[in-house]
Design a binder for this molecule. Structure first.
Ligand code: ADP
Ligand code: MG
Length: 227
């Protein structure tokens, strides 16, 4: 499903080059649940942005569902981002003036999908938040905001969900609730790739990839999985 070969990313800031990711070669099958760990600045977000086609690599190749990303034009990339991948971020990235329902509806409106309200409400139901559909983000708790963000990420039924420190702004018990949602999505077949600093959060995943200084130095199957 996901296959990268010597994928690298160098950011250039004037005369300075930052080698944010170096020769990352990974293979992730459909249905996997993967945690990406590593210290701040180790390249985790860079990897997520490349896997999510939000950014282009400096070198190396990336095949997503057997498509070489290099061969896709801007429209095709936008389609992949909208339909095949769901994104969840640490800061929720919700539109402040829109209701929970409208936030979830947005990817459907971009994709010109019919019955968008009904589908958005279903996605909110899926994360246990249908009763908050009319609330704006500032009327919701952090955990509820993240649920709205997850509903928005899954409303198009993507094959892959990419989450960059989704529990980073949440307390432990709210974080665990959010992780249960990811676990249940994964048990239904969605591929989940999630960045975290916390070992306890990573233990919800089946596999842990550890990054350091832009490269992968450990990639292992978790022996104990949280439920
Ligand atoms: P992490 O998510 O693991 O904290 P990042 O992938 O955000 O790490 O960053 C990896 C390295 O790349 C860091 O040194 C960071 O400063 C640098 N970096 C990230 N984004 C940019 C950017 N847009 N421009 C320049 N340097 C960047
Ligand atoms: Mg990061």
């Amino acid at each position: 499903m996901i296959k990268t070969n010597n994928l690298s990313k160098t950011y250039r800031l004037g005369k300075v080059s930052v080698h944010a990711m170096i020769d990352v070669s990974i293979c992730i099958q459909g249905g996997e649940f993967v945690a990406v760990m590593g210290p701040s600045g180790s390249g985790k977000s860079t990897l997520m942005n490349l896997l999510g086609c939000l950014d282009q690599p400096s070198s190396g190749s990336y095949h997503l569902e057997n498509f070489d990303i290099k061969n896709l034009n801007q429209n095709q990339l936008a389609e992949v981002r909208n339909k095949r991948i769901g994104f969840v971020f640490q800061n929720f990235n919700l539109l402040p003036r829109a209701s929970a329902l409208e936030n979830v509806e947005l990817p459907l409106l971009y994709g010109r999908v019919k019955n968008s309200q009904i589908l958005a409400l279903k996605a909110l139901e899926r994360v246990g938040l249908a009763k908050r559909s009319k609330h704006r983000p500032n009327e919701l708790s952090g955990g509820e905001r993240q649920r709205v963000a997850i509903a928005r990420a899954i409303v198009n039924k993507p094959a892959i969900v990419l989450a960059d420190e989704p529990t980073g702004n949440l307390d432990t018990s709210t974080g665990n609730e959010i992780m249960s949602i990811f676990s249940s999505l994964n048990s239904e077949g969605t591929t989940i790739i999630l960045v975290t600093h916390e070992r306890a959060i990573a233990s919800f995943a089946r596999r842990t990839i550890e990054m350091k200084d832009g490269y992968i130095y450990k990639d292992k199957i978790n022996s104990e999985i949280a439920v």
